[in-house]
Design a binder for this molecule. Sequence first.
Ligand code: ABU
Length: 491
Amino acid sequence: DFSNLFARDLLPAKNGEEPTIQFLLELVDILTNYVKKTFDRSTKVLDFHHPHQLLEGMEGFNLELSDQPESLEQILVDCRDTLKYGVRTGHPRFFNQLSTGLDIIGLAGEWLTSTANTNMFTYEIAPVFVLMEQLTLKKMREMIGWPNGEGDGLFSPGGAISNMYSVMIARYKYFPEVKTKGMSAAPRLVLFTSEHVRQTPTHTCWNSLSLHLSHYSIKKAGAALGFGTENVILLSTDERGRVIPADLEAKIIDAKQKGCVPLFVNATGGSTVYGAFDPINEIADICEKYNLWANSVTWNPHKMMGVPLQCSAILVRDKGILAGCNSMCAGYLFQPDKQYDVTYDTGDKAIQCGRHVDIFKFWLMWKAKGTIGFEQHIDKCLDLSQYLYNKIKNREGYEMVFNGEPQHTNVCFWYLPQSLRGMPDGDERREKLHRVAPKIKAMMMESGTTMVGYQPQGNKVNFFRMVISNPAATQSDIDFLIDEIERLGHD
Ligand code: ABU
């Protein structure tokens, strides 16, 4: 009974050991129950409530903060309710996002990380984690194909920030004085990225260019770093969503003729919506020809590799450029006269000061599965997307968004309710079709049975984007999703 106990009774309080252990055991019980239910297909993916409903308070679950402490009994209820009204992103029928799944080793890693509660900025307070990060980044660079895994890197808070690092270091490489003098020290610089949005590099080899996650993050970087979004030039893609190298070359030439300096090209391995792989070698050749930045990779293990959020790395071929670009040598953290090799104080390479330990869960998963385990997981996801593609490509009521097999685990399709089948193409059909996916998605969320994403793309009206990265999903879950779309989309 925790009703008469409060946070102040827990460690470091005198005699706090026993209530602390009991409280944590109770919490572990809540968490392990949640984990069990996450994999139980008879439970819902979510128990949807509108924001105003949750804000108004749900049967004893009150989000408002108060001046007086709540009992530990209430704190445990709050923990249960937080999970109850959340979304089970590890549920085998959760397909909404690229970051899905609930990896048990990764979860254990995250628990340990929170328990250690340290900061990645210096070796002196995170010796083991700093070394794990260094070794893992080297291994990733080896897989990218850089000789001996040489280079540099950092784990950062998400792909958009990793991409921002890449733009910063590209600018630093060509215009280092921007660090001290600002953008007035540079000519008008332009960046190039795909008109399509991104997904995540997985396991291919990338040799010589900046392979990044195309999408609005490049525009965000353009805005945040003072380039201006008008200086982020979108590259045309083919019908499969791959950047057209000739368009890149033409736009580089055009930008130069207008007096701009092309700086950076962003290519993607698995775009967000179509799962397209840009023609990286051809793009790299163009980068080399026109002397554009071609030396970094963003890699998000929190996507296809199933590592719990957040886990994103920026990998750079040039050693020392991250430090050159970002270091400020804060004397209270990065004293040069420490008793150990201070090159392991990696924090000054980052733009943030406090940096979460994102490495441990990833390192632990890699230990527990081996490289082969990740490969098997990704292969299984590819098989499942093939299964889905084969199932719907000729099925009545379905239209594929592009012809041919998907390049990655993304399957993009329209579902046509009976009333739209046979309707001639035109504005009326497009308008009606545009409303189908959001309507079905809303009903899915209300019933809590499954979740899948949708979006428009270019001139294409809303379609479903099924993306498979959840290790718990099986063919039966794909079948369920299709049945559910047909059940809810029936008219
Ligand atoms: N920032 C990319 C996330 C996209 C997705 O999960 O669908």
